[in-house]
Design a protein around this ligand. Structure first.
Ligand SMILES: *Cc1c(COP(=O)(O)O)cnc(C)c1O
Length: 389
């Protein structure tokens, strides 16, 4: 049975993004591809092997269930790192399988040590340090006991990384907070090293930090949104445009995801009628409407009611009336020759037109992260070579 819509992943564009971002990181830093949130909606199972094909061999996920999915499709030499949730029972699976994980509290470290002893295999850890995000991270006053625990259990722990996460590097509004975090990190990492903790990698940068603050790249950078083809913010893009070194004429980042469906039915509505449920849209003239078989249960947000738009036959068609559970309507009065079964672009290009993420013009960059990661995992993903199947 077919699904109502499908997602296309452009392999060519991914290759271009990765090449550009790797160049920005420089040859010394390890590139970690962040694939939490089902690879920002692109699909872990589809995205990971594609990225491996371009030489990426380190991936970061949020939790153990994402790590398990990644482990199932990865090459054996590829490394997986869990940045967030991992329950006690899952820790033994992680250690057994060489899956790395962040340590941001003492309890997780103690459990890891006891499991590592029991199964006689080293736990591969990254110490996450509190530097000012105030989300997760080890407090300075906890470090003494952590240092002792690690130094006393060298046979059971491999200190892969010391890291932190920055509080909004994509916005200049957070400039001082981020500078302070970087200074805190330097100081604490130095202190840990003086106490004998030598990690393989020190890492703090996400996409925005790597692009705006090159000094944040250190030994490794955790790159999410950029590899999917989105600048973390307009400021990030501006910053590159204004620098002599990284100035560009053609945007080096290309969106790799498109979301498409087909027109389900077409009808004509006389002037003076309300469209669909309720009375949020009244026709003022003869209006031709097309039914699109995607609704809020399938990832098309209700907030796009009377606001979003799609592409049909290369033209923009506006969403009219409310987005329902399984369908919404668009106005196609101005587009001639539309037929049932015509391709509809919800996100992506058609002809000369383009729909940015979910029909909004870029009102907010945070929206890219949210809308992408909420694309239902059940929508089939297809790989294309430069848009061609
Ligand atoms: C999501 C995330 C990243 C990647 O952020 P982008 O802005 O998408 O590059 C890096 N580090 C941590 C801890 C994250 O949660």
């Amino acid at each position: 049975m077919s699904q109502g819509s499908w997602i296309e992943i452009n392999k060519t564009a991914l290759g271009q993004n990765l090449r550009y971002l790797k160049k920005r990181l420089g040859s010394k830093a390890k590139f970690v591809s962040v694939i939490k949130g089902n690879a920002y909606g692109h699909g872990i199972e589809e995205f990971l092997p594609l990225a491996e094909g371009f030489g990426i061999d380190y991936f970061a996920v949020f939790d153990a269930s994402e790590a398990e999915r990644a482990v199932q499709v990865k090459k054996s030499a590829t490394t997986i790192m869990v940045m967030g949730r991992i329950d006690k029972e899952e820790l033994s699976w992680a250690i057994e399988n060489g899956v790395e994980f962040f340590v941001f509290d003492l309890a997780r470290l103690e459990t890891a040590v006891s499991i590592a002893k029991a199964i006689n295999k080293k736990a591969r850890i990254h110490l996450e340090i509190e530097t000012g995000l105030h989300r997760t991270g080890l407090e300075e006053k906890e470090l003494e006991i952590i240092i002792d625990l690690i130094n006393n259990n060298r046979d059971y722990l491999e200190l892969i990384g010391i890291c932190t996460h920055l509080a909004g590097a994509e916005s200049i509004a957070n400039y001082f907070r981020v500078q302070e975090q970087m200074a805190n990190f330097d100081r604490i990492a130095q202190y840990l090293e003086n106490r004998g903790l030598q990690p393989h990698f020190r890492h703090i940068a996400c996409s925005a930090a790597a692009l705006i603050y090159p000094q944040s790249i250190l030994d490794m950078a955790r790159i999410g949104i950029g590899q999917y083809g989105y600048w973390p913010s307009m400021e990030t893009k501006m910053n590159s445009l204004l620098s002599s070194e990284n100035k560009f004429t053609r945007d080096p980042l290309h969106r790799i995801l498109s979301w498409k469906t087909r027109v389900m039915s077409i009808k004509e509505v006389a002037p003076g009628n309300h469209i669909s449920y309720g009375n949020s849209y009244l026709t003022t003239k003869k209006t031709v409407i097309a039914t699109i078989p995607i609704g809020y249960s399938l990832g098309y947000s209700r907030s796009l009611s009377n606001t979003g738009h799609v592409l049909i036959r290369g033209s923009k068609a506006h969403v009219i009336g409310s987005v329902n559970m399984n369908v919404f309507l668009v106005n196609i009065t101005h587009i001639s020759g539309v037929k049932t079964g015509d391709e509809v672009v919800l996100i992506g290009n058609q002809g000369k037109n383009k729909i940015s993420v979910a029909g909004f013009s870029e009102l907010s960059n945070q929206l890219n992260y949210e809308v992408l990661s909420r694309l239902p995992a059940s929508i089939p993903r297809k790989i294309t070579i430069n848009g061609k199947k």
